[in-house]
Design a protein around this ligand. Structure first.
Ligand code: NAP
Length: 243
């Protein structure tokens, strides 16, 4: 059975991705950091539908925790076919109010987390000459956004890191790509008021916000064999909001 380790799968895009992967025949490993109950609910809901899933704890910003998580998965399930680096945090603050602690929290969760997970998991993929890595970055990593400078920089870093890894790991049979969502209806965006959401909808050619399933479908594509000749790419899922 193909295994998929999905970081930050306790809710939002990660949870929907876990559900979709399970429905498509993957054994899904649902990573969480703070929300164990939510992760258990994701696992229960997948199992109730007759599919397979397990939850596992790790704070992806901590290298040792990532190594332990990957080793545990390998020990229990033998291999990781797909690594989805989805875990992420956001913060909306002007630079004036952003301190070093904010910088470290955002960069370590969003970018170092991807570095940690790739460093921990790729030796096992290289050994098998097989593996798919899909990172969830953001359209904001490309276009920037006022009062989200560190978040945007962390996502830009994820995109360029993926392009470099794609070049480095291609001969080892590993594809590395990113899915860059636009505005997706999840908890991450709950602080935005109705007017701001309506403005985004007005600026979006497909005239709606995105859903976690919109993003999960793109991740599933980049994780599967229909995308075998695609690597080092960033696939934007944003309804045409930025073209
Ligand atoms: P969300 O609903 O806030 O969920 C974030 C997930 O990340 C949670 O499951 C959380 O788990 C996990 N997480 C955060 N820090 C972690 C850490 N250090 N270690 C392990 N897990 C961690 O957000 P979302 O909207 O689904 O976002 C998912 C990804 O899409 C993020 O990378 C985000 O930047 C990106 N994205 C989202 C949007 C959007 O509009 N929503 C747009 C562009 C990109 P715990 O609660 O268990 O800690």
């Amino acid at each position: 059975m193909l295994t998929a380790l999905i970081t930050g799968a306790s809710r939002g895009i990660g949870a929907k991705t876990a559900e979709l992967f399970a429905e498509n025949g993957y054994f899904v490993i649902v990573n969480y950091n703070k929300s164990e109950d939510c992760a258990q609910k994701v696992v229960n809901s997948i199992r109730q539908k007759g599919f397979a899933a397990e939850k596992i704890h790790a704070d992806v910003s901590q290298y040792d925790e990532c190594v332990n998580m990957v080793e545990e998965v390998i020990k229990k399930y033998g291999h990781i076919d797909v690594l989805v680096n989805n875990a992420g945090v956001s913060a909306i603050k002007p630079l004036y109010d952003t301190n070093e602690g904010d910088f470290e929290y955002i960069m370590n969760s969003n970018f170092k987390g991807v570095f940690n997970m790739c460093k921990a998991a790729t030796p096992f993929m290289v050994e098998r000459k097989k593996g798919k890595i899909v990172n969830v970055s953001s359209v904001w990593g490309k276009v920037g956004s006022s009062c989200e400078s560190v978040y945007c920089a962390s996502k830009g870093a994820v995109d360029s890191f993926a392009k470099s890894l794609a070049k480095e790991l291609g001969l080892s049979g590993i594809n590395v790509n990113c899915v860059a969502p636009g505005f997706i209806d999840t908890e991450m965006n709950r602080q935005l008021d109705e007017n701001s959401v309506n403005e985004i909808i007005e600026e979006t050619p497909l005239a709606r916000v995105g859903t976690p399933l919109d993003v999960a479908n793109a991740i599933l594509f980049l994780a599967g064999d229909k995308s075998d000749f695609i690597t080092g790419q960033v696939l934007y899922v944003n309804g045409g909001w930025q073209i």
